[in-house]
Write a new protein. Structure first.
Length: 267
C-alpha cells in the first residue's frame, strides 16, 4: 500500500511525523507538507502564484521520503500524486491536526479539505485531528496516530467503505480514557468565533477565537458531542454541490419566466 501523508500545520509539526511513523508500519509512506502553517485555507490552490517550490527535507523516519511545498495542503496533494512520485497512491491521510475539525468548521479546514484532491481521484482519503480542550494539555499525537494506522489497515483490507472522506477526530485523552469509536454526523455549528474589534482609526481588525458551545446544546451522535463525551468520532464527508431535490422546482419556475431579451433560436 502506497500512502501519501500531508497536513496544514506545516512540515515541522510533530503531528505529521507521528502519523507518518505509524502509517509506515502499514505501507510505503511519502510525506508532502507545506513549508509553513496553512490552517484555515480550505480547498485553496496556488493558481495566482508564478511557481510553487518543492524541496526534499531530512526525514525522521527510515524509508520515508519527505518534501516541503511553498503552497497549500491541496498543492501538496496534487504535486504528491502527479509529480513527486511515479507510483499509484492507494491512501491519502491528512493530519494530525492540532485541534478539532468538526461541524461548520469543516469546509474551512486545510486538514480536511486537502483530502478532496484525493477523493476526486477515487483515492481513499482520511483526515485526522487531535481534539484538545486546552492548548496547555500534553498533545497525545501517538494515540491519534495509532488509531489512524488501525483505520488504514481496515481500508487496506477492504473492510471499511471509502466512498467518502473519513473525517476523524480523536479526543486528547490517554488511551484507557477513550470510551470508544462512533460514526457521527457533522454538528450544525463550529468552534471558530469572531472576537472583538482590535483596530484603531480607519483600520478595523478582528480577533478570531476558538469557542465552545454549551453542553446542553450538543446534539447526540454529532462529531462535537462524541469527542466531548470522550469518543473517537468518524464522520463520512462527501462533496456534491448540487441540490438534486430542488431541480424539479427550479424547472417549474423557469418555465414561467418572461425572458424576451433572450434570443429565440430557430428550429
Amino acid at each position: 500500500m502506497n500512502i501519501l501523508v500531508t497536513n496544514d500545520d506545516g512540515i515541522q509539526s510533530p503531528g505529521i511525523w507521528a502519523l507518518a511513523k505509524e502509517l509506515s508500519k502499514v505501507g510505503n509512506v511519502l510525506l508532502v507538507a507545506p513549508d509553513k502553517q496553512q490552517s484555515g485555507v480550505g480547498t485553496s490552490v496556488s493558481f495566482t502564484r508564478d511557481s510553487v517550490t518543492v524541496n526534499e527535507v531530512p526525514s525522521e523516519i527510515p524509508g520515508v521520503k519527505a518534501f516541503s511545498i511553498s503552497g497549500t495542503p491541496s498543492d501538496c496533494v496534487i504535486l504528491g500524486i502527479k509529480r513527486i512520485t511515479q507510483v499509484h497512491i492507494d491512501l491519502l491521510v491528512s493530519g494530525i491536526n492540532l485541534g478539532p475539525n468538526v461541524g461548520n468548521d469543516i469546509p474551512y479546514s486545510g486538514t480536511v479539505m486537502a483530502t478532496l484532491a484525493g477523493y476526486f481521484r477515487k483515492i481513499p482519503s482520511m483526515a485526522v485531528s487531535l481534539a484538545f480542550k486546552d492548548r496547555t494539555e500534553e498533545h497525545r499525537f501517538d494515540i491519534a496516530a495509532r488509531f489512524a494506522a488501525t483505520l488504514a489497515e481496515s481500508i487496506k483490507s477492504g473492510s471499511v467503505n471509502t466512498d467518502a472522506i473519513l473525517n476523524v477526530n480523536v479526543p486528547n485523552l490517554p488511551a484507557e480514557k477513550i470510551k470508544g469509536i462512533m460514526a457521527t454526523r457533522a454538528a450544525g455549528f463550529g468552534y471558530v468565533r469572531l472576537g472583538q474589534e482590535t483596530g484603531k482609526g480607519k483600520v478595523a481588525a478582528y480577533e478570531t477565537t476558538i469557542g465552545k458551545p454549551e453542553k446542553a446544546s450538543l446534539e447526540e451522535n454529532t462529531d462535537v458531542w462524541a469527542i466531548d463525551a470522550g469518543y473517537i468520532s468518524i464522520t463520512p464527508v462527501r462533496l456534491d454541490v448540487t441540490h438534486h431535490e430542488l431541480i424539479p422546482t427550479i424547472e417549474q419556475c423557469v418555465q414561467g419566466l418572461d425572458c424576451d431579451y433572450l434570443g429565440k433560436a430557430e428550429i
